[in-house]
Design a binder for this molecule. Structure first.
Ligand SMILES: [Zn+2]
Length: 452
């Protein structure tokens, strides 16, 4: 092992230990005090290294403007401490996507593309130090106790992790080491061709988007796959109750979730199955969407980054808070669900026609779930006052459309909104590398204000 690799491994181990055993707060005030210290240092010593913040004396996070993907991409060089421009880094990212070889870096820096429709794709920069820390933190937060000996005992077989993703990244291969046998499964190649390799790999840990876990569970239930992972993590998509159930019955373990985006490692499920925000490593302000403070969009500040500045960055996700604190005792905010992206919320006018009211993804999902197995797949796209509903029914398609129309109208009546003009069609599967998005707001109804 070269000195550099050994140093990298040490860094991962140090963050692992720090994150797992030191950063355990039993009181919210302790966590906030730790965050405040980290933020002070970040604002004073780190942030001014990026062109956009140079020469500014910043002491208060709240005094900084909000940013999002568009802000970041609009002033790319200004937001990183290396002064790298989009023109310099984009060819590397595009080349990696095209060749499916995700190893090239720019010096020490890994360039990643966020998934997203072309046109609003984000570009993210991570240094090797940040990568190594990330690997340590991710394992610290997500690895269950029973797998720890596999990681730490040199004479036992290395821990086998299978990772299904749209695109690999140096970020993920950083996990690979003498103690971790890391396998990347390229989703653009499809699920079916991967089964033989997965079977031979026999992973202890399986990480994949929810729809892929579902597909693997179905392959296992059909007897075409016999892996026995003891830990299963869902990433990148909303994990629906039915997916979780299919995984549990196929593999005998309930899937946990990692809430990871290009913007950072945002959350993880604890041993009680509750999703917690990763507030030991990120400052997360809630931007409340409703007066009752049940849902918010997270505004994140990553005080541990040194290369690209993610400061008061508004994510497009809608999170629903848990009603009670988690019994595990962690003080990091508990989330009942990642409901989806902000544009998964559909909008309809109230009865007087004065304002638009939100129909949240989980409310719609619950209504549709009541149709049970009769409804195998669905998606709803809203354009103005019209909803296009595409579905795949277990038996008669027309009957299913009628039943679904009735329950959507009943839901509208219950919520006090005017029902949309409904159009029905046949559901078509998306390519395997596409993210599942059942609900999509393509165009808001015109002329009315939105009231959450
Ligand atoms: Zn918990």
């Amino acid at each position: 092992m070269s000195a550099e690799r050994a140093l990298g491994a040490l860094r991962s181990i140090a963050s692992f230990i720090h994150s797992r055993y030191r950063l355990r707060f039993t009181r919210r005030e302790q966590l906030e005090a730790w965050q405040a210290r980290q933020l002070r240092h970040f604002l004073r010593d780190v942030l001014p290294r990026a062109g956009r913040f140079q020469g500014r004396a910043i002491t208060d996070l709240a005094s900084l403007p909000l940013m999002d993907k568009a802000t970041l991409m609009g002033d790319f060089a200004g937001f990183n401490s290396c002064g790298l421009s989009l023109e310099e880094v984009l060819p590397i990212a595009r080349q990696a996507e095209a060749s499916r070889d995700f190893s090239p870096t720019l010096g020490d820096i890994t360039v990643g593309l966020s998934s997203g429709t072309s046109g609003n794709q984000g570009v993210f920069l991570v240094s090797s130090e940040e990568r190594q820390r990330w690997a340590g933190i991710l394992l610290a937060k997500t690895l269950p106790r029973h797998l720890l000996p596999r990681l730490l005992t040199p004479w036992r077989p290395a821990l086998r992790i299978a990772f299904y993703l749209r695109a690999n990244s140096r970020l993920y291969t950083t996990l690979s080491s003498r103690r971790i046998d890391f396998g990347f499964y390229d989703l653009t190649l499809g699920l079916e061709p991967s089964l033989a390799r997965l079977e031979a790999h026999a992973p202890d840990v399986l990480v994949a988007p929810a729809t892929v876990l579902r597909g693997l569970a179905e392959a296992a239930l059909a007897g075409r796959l016999s892996i026995r992972p003891s830990h299963i993590l869902s990433v990148a998509e909303v994990l629906e109750a039915e997916d979780a159930e299919a995984v549990r019955s196929a593999f005998g373990v309930a899937p946990q979730q990692i809430y990871q985006a290009s913007e950072g490692f945002l959350g993880y499920t604890c041993e009680r199955g509750t999703l917690h925000l990763n507030e030991c490593h990120l400052h997360i302000e809630p931007e409340w969407l409703d007066a009752g403070r049940t849902r918010f969009q997270p505004i994140i500040t990553d005080f541990s980054r040194r290369t690209q500045m993610i400061v008061r960055y508004r994510l497009n996700d809608v999170l629903r808070v848990a009603e009670a604190p988690c019994a595990c005792g962690r003080v990091e905010r508990a989330i009942a669900a990642i409901e989806g992206r902000a544009d998964d919320i559909l909008w309809l006018p109230d009865l007087p026609g004065r304002q638009l009211l939100a129909l949240y993804p989980d409310v719609l999902r619950r209504t549709l779930l009541m149709h049970g197995a009769a409804l195998q797949e669905y998606e709803i796209h809203q354009r103005g006052l019209a909803w296009q509903v595409n579905l795949r029914a277990a038996s008669d398609h027309d009957d299913a459309c009628l039943a679904l129309g009735d329950s959507l109208r009943a839901l509208c009546a219950q919520l006090g909104v005017r029902p949309p003009a409904l159009g029905f069609g046949h559901w078509q599967p998306a390519p395997p590398e596409a993210k599942r998005r059942r609900l999509k707001l393509l165009e808001l109804p015109e002329g009315l204000p939105c009231t959450y």
